[in-house]
Write a protein that binds this ligand. Structure first.
Ligand SMILES: [Zn+2]
Length: 259
C-alpha cells in the first residue's frame, strides 16, 4: 500500500478531517466529505491519502473554524456513534496524518523524509533507512472475582466514570507480563487465567488497546493513589456510571466482542 501527499481524485474515497482531538462532521454526525475541503485550503497542516484503505486524512491548524454546515466533534464521541470498520478507518487516518506531520526529517541523518512508493512508510533518500508509523500497545483488563468485577476511577476523571484497569506495555514485556505488572502496581492484587478478548486502535496518538479478561487470584485491594481515585468490586446488578459504547472498556464490561 502506498501513501500519497497529493490527492489524485476524491471519487470513492472517504475523507477524515481532524483538528487536534476533534473530527469534522456533518450535521448528521458523519465524517465530513470532500466538499468541506475547498473552504479549508489555507488551514491544512497535513494531507495524506492511503490507497489501500481508499481514505484521505487531513490535519487542520488548531484555530481553524468549521465551514458552514459542519461542526467539530470529539473523536471519542465519533467512535461511540459509529461501527468498528468505520472507527478503524478514522483512527488510522488520524494516526497516519499526525505521524506524517510529526516526522519530517530522518532521525539518523537529518535529511527530509519522503513517502515510500509502495509501503505505508517514510524513506530517507540520504541514508536509505525506512521509517514506519509507530504503534504503542496498551493492555486493558476486566478482573472478575466470583460474580463481582473490579472497576476503577482514574484521578483525571471528572464525570464519576468507573472503567477497566489499563496501562502501557514496557519494552521487552509480554502482554501478560504487562497486565500482571499494571494490576500489581495499581491495585496490589494478583490475577490468573488471563484470556484475550479483543483489541481497538485508539489514536491519541498511536495506541493499540489490547483487551483481556482475568480472574482475581490473591491480595488485598490497595490503590496507587497517584493514578487511581477509587477502585471497588461491583456486582453486575449495581454498576456505577460506565464508559460509553464504542470504547473497549464498555465492550469488556458488556462482553461485546465480534469473533
Ligand atoms: Zn537518513
Amino acid at each position: 500500500m502506498a501513501l500519497l501527499d497529493h490527492i489524485t481524485s476524491w471519487e470513492g474515497k472517504r475523507t477524515y478531517i481532524f483538528r487536534g482531538r476533534e473530527i469534522l462532521t456533518d450535521k448528521g454526525g458523519d465524517a465530513a466529505d470532500a466538499g468541506a475541503v475547498a473552504s479549508l485550503d489555507n488551514c491544512i497542516l497535513q494531507c495524506c491519502e492511503d490507497t489501500a484503505w481508499q481514505s484521505v486524512g487531513i490535519l487542520l491548524q488548531a484555530d481553524t473554524a468549521a465551514p458552514a454546515g459542519y461542526e467539530f466533534t470529539p473523536v471519542p464521541a465519533y467512535f461511540f456513534a459509529h461501527d468498528d470498520a468505520e472507527n478503524a478507518r478514522a483512527a488510522r487516518m488520524k494516526s497516519l496524518a499526525q505521524w506524517l506531520a510529526d516526522n519530517r526529517y530522518c532521525p539518523f541523518c537529518g535529511q527530509p523524509l519522503q513517502l515510500h512508493a509502495t509501503e505505508a512508510a517514510l524513506a530517507c533518500p540520504s541514508c536509505g533507512r525506512l521509517h514506519f508509523p509507530r504503534v504503542e500497545p496498551c493492555i486493558i483488563t476486566l478482573i472478575s472475582r466470583g460474580d463481582e468485577i473490579l472497576l476503577l476511577r482514574n484521578i483525571k476523571d471528572r464525570a464519576g466514570i468507573y472503567a477497566c484497569l489499563a496501562g502501557f506495555v514496557e519494552v521487552g514485556e509480554t502482554l501478560e507480563q504487562a497486565l500482571r505488572r499494571e494490576v500489581r502496581e495499581e491495585t496490589a492484587l494478583e490475577v490468573e487465567n488471563i484470556r484475550y478478548a479483543g483489541s481497538q486502535g485508539w489514536p491519541f496518538p498511536d495506541q493499540l488497546m489490547v483487551g483481556f479478561y482475568a480472574d482475581y487470584k490473591s491480595g488485598e485491594l490497595c490503590i496507587q493513589e497517584s493514578e487511581i481515585a477509587d477502585a471497588r468490586w461491583f456486582r453486575r446488578d449495581s454498576l456505577p456510571p460506565l464508559p460509553k459504547p464504542g470504547s473497549i472498556a464498555w465492550r469488556l464490561i458488556n462482553g461485546r466482542f465480534a469473533q
